[in-house]
Write a protein that binds this ligand. Structure first.
Ligand SMILES: C[S@@+](CC[C@H](N)C(=O)[O-])C[C@H]1O[C@@H](n2cnc3c(N)ncnc32)[C@H](O)[C@@H]1O
Length: 318
């Protein structure tokens, strides 16, 4: 665990609206600044495929791009706050990706400290350039320059299960919140329906793709996806056929889950999510009880854990 006091990073990297960075562990002592992003790592580590993905699909899931409110609904379903409650709040968004939630947080007047290990930070910066209300940092959350006990809200959606240690990640999320602050995250669900034995083709495809050199992975996923997509599109109108395909096919499509998407969007969202699900180095599943146990062991004063979003959503008050 890092030294709470930490050394301050040089004054020139201070941002008047955000807490000062602290020097920690293996990170670069002084950030490199590129496109307004403060970079504290010299590699994307295990998150390189995410970096590639978010640069390739920079706008796909932004509500402002889709014209729908899929991200906004998912965010407020987890936050359980009225949009107005975000005004003036200091939010740490961990694993910000291209910014589907950054967009909504900024739209409702929050100050957003966006952090990601991968080059997704540059997609985020293109979509929502750093400003008085938005700081972007490329760092590993497990040894990040972001101070503890400094945020009104700590948000982490679609991320925890993709880190090497969900428990430690959750503990760190809580540590970054102010006393009285809110911590909200989600996690893939472990259940009798979610085991790899029920989607063996995806399990095998993921193993084979992860064994390939990084530069070949996207092309391989795309070929597989284009080959199987016509079958999914035909089956898409039938609930039963779609359910069956979800069990036997290695690719993901959303004809049943997100029926408002246009035909073009079905194709691209499915390709994005298929790439996401076949190239994630870490994919942890947990039960609701396991998440509750982890949260109870941290310094939260109350918590609520329920099924929703990506599987399980957890909202804690510190
Ligand atoms: C599936 S994406 C989700 C992105 C975004 N939250 C969204 O829902 O669109 C997971 C993100 O977590 C980031 N990530 C994974 N491990 C991380 C770590 N240790 N520190 C910071 N970011 C990390 C990845 O780079 C990736 O952008």
């Amino acid at each position: 665990m890092r030294d709470m006091a930490g050394d301050m990073i040089e004054a020139q990297h201070r941002h008047p609206e955000f807490p000062d960075y602290v020097a920690v562990g293996a990170q670069l002592a002084t950030p490199v600044i590129k496109n307004g992003v403060a970079i504290f790592v010299d590699s994307q580590s295990y998150a390189a495929d995410f970096g590639f993905q978010w640069l390739m699909f920079k706008k796909t899931q932004l509500d402002s791009h889709s014209g729908l409110d899929i991200s906004e609904r998912r965010l407020f379903q987890a936050l359980k706050l009225a949009p107005d409650a975000l005004r003036g709040k200091l939010v740490l968004e961990v694993g910000c990706g291209a910014g589907r939630f950054t967009e909504i947080l900024l739209k409702y007047g929050a100050r957003v400290d966006s952090l990601d290990l991968s080059e997704a930070v540059f997609a985020n910066a293109d979509n929502y350039p750093p400003s008085s209300h938005h700081r972007i940092t490329q760092a590993d959350f497990f040894s990040s320059p972001i101070p503890f006990e400094a945020y009104d809200i700590v948000l982490c959606l679609g991320v925890v299960q993709h880190t090497p240690d969900s428990g430690r990640c959750i503990e760190l999320l809580v540590r970054h919140a102010n006393p009285g602050g809110l911590v909200v995250f989600d996690h893939y669900r472990k259940s009798y329906r979610s085991g790899s034995f029920l989607r063996p083709s995806a399990w095998v495809a993921r193993k084979l793709i992860l064994a390939m050199p990084e530069e070949k992975r996207f092309a391989t996923v795309e070929r597989l996806y284009k080959w199987l997509y016509p079958v999914h599109r035909m089956a898409g109108r039938s609930m039963i056929l779609s359910k069956m395909l979800r069990r036997i096919s290695p690719i993901l499509t959303h004809h049943q889950r997100l029926p408002l998407l246009s035909d073009d969007m079905f194709f691209v969202w499915g390709l994005l999510d298929t790439h996401d699900s076949l190239t994630d180095v870490y994919k942890s599943l947990k039960t609701k009880e396991e998440i509750e146990d982890i949260v109870r062991s941290t310094k939260v004063t109350s918590y609520d854990v329920w099924y929703g979003g990506n599987g399980i959503i957890c909202r804690c008050q510190k």
